[in-house]
Write a protein that binds this ligand. Sequence first.
Ligand code: ATP
Length: 506
Amino acid sequence: MESKEKSRSEKIMDIVTKRGFIYPSSEIYGSKAGFWTYGSLGTKIKHKWENLWKSYFLSLNTNFYEIDDCSIMPKKVFESSGHLKNFTDPLTECEKCHFRFRADQLIEDELKIDVAGLKEDALTKLIRDNKLKCPKCKGNLIDVRFFNMMFDIKVGATGDDIMYLRPESAQSPYLAFKREFEATRRKLPLGLAVIGRVFRNEISPRQGFFRLREFIQAELQIFFDPEKINEHQNWNEVKDYSLIVFSDKKTRKLTCKEMKDKLKFPKFYIYHMAKVQQFYLDILKIPEKIFRFRELGPDERAFYNKIHFDVELNLETLGGFKEVAGCHYRTDHDLGGHQLGSGEKLEVTLDEEGKVKKFIPHVLELSFGTDRNIWALLDTFYKEEKERNLFTFPNNLTPLDVVVFPLVNKENIPEFAEKVFLELFKEGFTIFYDDSGSIGRRYRRQDEIGTKFCITVDFDSLKDNTVTVRDRDSMKQIRIKSGELKLKLNSLIKENKELSTFGNYI
Ligand code: ATP
């Protein structure tokens, strides 16, 4: 029988589940769609991504901070935020097999049209007019209704107290705003970042690791004075920088100045778009050709978002540009809603050179899904070559910086290799020791997980204290004195130096 070639997505999934990046949660009991475990390698790359995110975004302003909060919150929070009423997706169900589908996705997949913003009746009409059936068993589909995506839980012994798992990390900074504004000496803009788990009862969590029911968001909420939306102290730094923008069905490069002068977007918003793009292109090394900002029109964006651009990456495994992050100008919707709902005053009073102003700060939200970004890295950096598959992660994102191999497990080679390993381990490199299988197979295993450098201790090491260092991408090797490894590896990894800087290829 002819065996079907695996898709890129299946091939990546095979590697990452087998090698301990990610795998279905509670797997030995049969897992539920949308719940995943980060394994030992996945956790390393996740931490690296999150640390890069934190150090980059928190350094944009000295008044930006990180907070951490509970995932379970009272019902009133979501009454005020509007989630109880509006956090819904359109649902339809097969009358025969009772499988449930997201109606908008089903229609878009079948009819190849954009149905964003359509109400229940319009979606049901499209199903009826086009005689759409259940994709699984061809049964009839029921009328579309909206389904709330929040998970509720019973708290306490009586179970009377219903609370909710937060569906976005954003609520935490809004609830913390009053205290943090006081604690950080009453200055705006104030940025509060959270990296934390959030929960959405997605109707059909498809696309493997892209649409999850429990996932991680890295979000920065920037509270600012709306009268100052047309200024930013570091504007000159970005004004000539070109943004890659998809709107009116075409992709264009527009400088920040053009975004301001021609398209009339405010400086405060554009500055942060530039910083988000630079994070993707300069820090994560995402190729420019797969990056774009997509503007969402009034029908697509939440009613409180006055300006909304998503960051989209063109991912081969998902068949095109997909959302991985968003920049949302949410006005005073959040603090205003919580002021009304809680009865607490969330407006601020500022005295600016004798002029006293009272207002509710507006919010610019930079919102990233950690998991989607991790999948995007796996997709972007996965390469197939004639004799090997590899991840060509940039140095700041490799799960393992270095691996140490003893060529053979005899003579004094293992002792020498263990010493090298321990010294580098103590130095803080992410590192692994592998002494099983042929050297060729060990190299392939490390290439497959994206390890940047492989160090081999061989017979010559015992004579002259040198080891071979092999680069993942070029597969070239040089010899380095074992005593100089720390210094030279640091420079190779942190400064992205070429291996040939430190010796001739052998
Ligand atoms: P989508 O349109 O794909 O459902 P969204 O517009 O609802 O996403 P936001 O509410 O803006 O997403 O959430 C911010 C970020 O959180 C998204 O850009 C994405 O990276 C991530 N995210 C949202 N939903 C999921 C999910 N179900 N699984 C994984 N990540 C998600």
